[in-house]
Design a protein around this ligand. Structure first.
Ligand code: TXA
Ligand code: MG
Length: 320
């Protein structure tokens, strides 16, 4: 039986038994397991149908733990950690050997973050080990921002979803790595690049064509995708018109006046608040994807701050 509850002791018990528990974070829900348990880590990959070349993020509760797992930590990484943790920033650092090749997918680096969710922070403090956790969705699918999304995907695979309600930020963490001490962006996310650059100066944006094996699955072009054909456009009215007669679902930032009424619409922020739009994005995509639509038409967001991250996810949603 799958339990959905706030029962931290139950989560602790299962994790101590090398089982997997879905945990809330401020970004999206994760599928968590003990980093020291090969059994737990293998189950994460299995449940998620995730390829082994794709490494996991290690979740800790205190900056003091960093030294146990990472080495050669650049000054700028410390600056970022001090400024933004707990929060939606993942740092990719040179790993120590306690981090298994399974977690790092054979790389010599490890991705680490402190999530900003009280329930999960409390759980992490109670445990004797950090938690490896990818987003709690099957590989390539839309990430979960509510317990019901996790249940939809994994009701037969899990014993417990720790119920932290709706995720506050709603898209994944921003991932920063380092090359020769210089910061490099691996994945846009719910912490804006502008805020990061205000702290440590310019960050190089890794170009997909620079590498054959993607540094982050977030860099795979077909990712975060709904099953429904999705179109991203600046010209929403024209796009609706050229899809006339089809069963259309709309995703838009603010209110739209229609000439042709779509079958359904998701307005992500009536009042035009970009953070609210980000929080609502995945839940809207989950709803639209369950309506047997012919097409989802999404309106492009203002391309700055987290608007860039929303556009990044919408672009990937079109690659299905
Ligand atoms: O917000 C988040 O980051 C959520 C919550 C649960 O923390 N987690 C998440 O995990 O999005 P996942 O596995 O869906 O995405 C983690 C990304 C992957 O794209 C992976 O390739 C990348 O982090 N990653 C992990 N370790 C890495 C490493 N050593 N070098 C480069 N990229 C790494
Ligand atoms: Mg993911």
């Amino acid at each position: 039986m799958l339990e959905i509850s706030k029962n931290i002791q139950r989560a602790k018990q299962l994790l101590n038994q090398e089982e997997i528990v879905a945990i809330p974070t401020e970004t999206v829900y994760g599928l968590a397991g003990n980093i020291y348990s090969e059994k737990a880590i293998r189950s994460i990959f299995k449940i998620k149908e995730r390829p082994f070349f794709n490494p996991l993020i290690v979740h800790i509760h205190s900056i003091d733990q960093l030294d146990s797992f990472a080495t050669e930590i650049p000054l700028k990484a410390i600056q970022l950690a001090q400024k933004f943790w707990p929060g939606s920033l993942t740092l990719v650092l040179k790993k120590k050997s306690v981090i298994s090749d399974l977690i790092s997918a054979g790389k010599d680096t490890v991705a680490v973050r402190i999530p900003n969710h009280q329930l999960t922070l409390e759980l992490l403090r109670e445990l004797d080990f950090p938690l490896a956790a990818p987003s709690a969705n099957p590989f390539g699918c839309i990430s979960p921002t509510h317990p019901k999304h996790v249940v939809h995907y994994f009701k037969n695979d899990l014993k417990l979803v720790l119920d932290g309600g709706q995720c506050e930020n709603g898209i994944e963490s921003t991932i920063i790595g380092f090359e020769e001490q210089n910061p490099v962006l691996y994945r846009l996310g719910s912490l804006s690049l502008e805020k990061i650059e205000a702290e440590i100066g310019p960050v190089r944006i890794k170009n997909k064509s620079e590498t054959n094996s993607p540094e982050a699955s977030g860099m795979l072009s077909k990712h975060y995708a709904p099953k429904t054909k999705t179109i991203l456009t600046n010209l929403i009215h024209e796009e609706i018109k050229s899809n006339q007669g089809k069963k259309i679902g709309i995703v838009a930032y603010k209110k739209i006046d229609y000439n042709i009424q779509p079958f359904s619409e998701e307005i992500l922020s009536e009042k035009g608040d970009i953070e609210e739009a980000m929080r609502n994005l995945y839940a809207a995509m989950h709803r639209l994807d369950s309506q047997n639509l012919d097409v989802i038409i999404a309106e492009k967001f203002p391309d700055s701050g987290v608007g860039k991250s929303i556009n990044d996810r919408l672009i990937r949603a079109t690659k299905n």
